[in-house]
Design a protein around this ligand. Structure first.
Ligand SMILES: [Zn+2]
Length: 195
């Protein structure tokens, strides 16, 4: 997790030439855009992408308490902004090692969650199941603590973001469905013969 987050005040200067940006309504665009007065390039404002994992070990899942704003002191799973040269899986794995010191594999997708502007900073969060964790969980410099929670003990009233809530809800639902399916499969399996 990087501490920088998108500011809702729009950029004023062109990243291409440094010229001044003005909001203009162009014929080719369906909404006003920031356009450079000097080189005429359009600066598109798009969401930033966050990737994270929900890790389970011994029936408990790992949450960390944020040491940085926004939402310092609240609980979330390891996640952070993707670098430009990473896949979502690579970002999720890297952030997990930085934040809680665990090596994981980014497994099946839990879900994709949007926090559009202007109510939120304009973020898309991609959440994977964190599989085969190795190492001992410890809080990195952006976490106050890292702790394993039984599903019944998830601090629902003290989670960091609405997306944290949605991802944990979806993860629990998928976990329950997987358990039901494997119980059903066990019942259908013919009993083993003795000897
Ligand atoms: Zn320019």
């Amino acid at each position: 997790m990087t501490s920088a987050h998108f500011s809702l005040s729009p950029p004023r200067f062109c990243p291409n030439c440094g010229g001044h940006l003005s909001e203009r309504l162009l014929e080719t665009e369906d909404r006003p855009r920031l356009v450079c007065d000097q080189c005429d390039r359009i600066l598109y404002l798009n969401p930033r992408v966050v990737a994270g994992v929900i890790i389970e070990r011994g029936g408990r899942l790992l949450l960390l308490r944020r040491a940085i704003e926004p939402r310092r002191g609240t609980w979330t799973f390891p996640a952070g902004y993707m670098e430009i040269d990473e896949t979502a899986e690579e970002a999720a794995v890297r952030e997990t090692e930085e934040e809680v010191g665990l090596k994981v594999k980014a497994g099946p997708l839990v879900g994709v969650y949007s926090r559009p502007a202007p109510e939120s900073p304009g973020i898309l969060t991609v959440v994977f199941q964190g599989q085969r964790p190795t190492g001992r969980a410890k809080a990195g410099h952006e976490a106050l603590e890292a702790r394993w929670f039984a599903p019944d003990d998830i601090p629902w009233d003290d989670l960091s973001f609405p997306t944290t809530h949605s991802a944990l809800r979806d993860w629990l639902r998928a976990r329950r469905d997987t358990r039901r399916r494997s119980q059903r499969a066990a019942r259908l399996r013919p009993p083993r013969r003795a000897g």
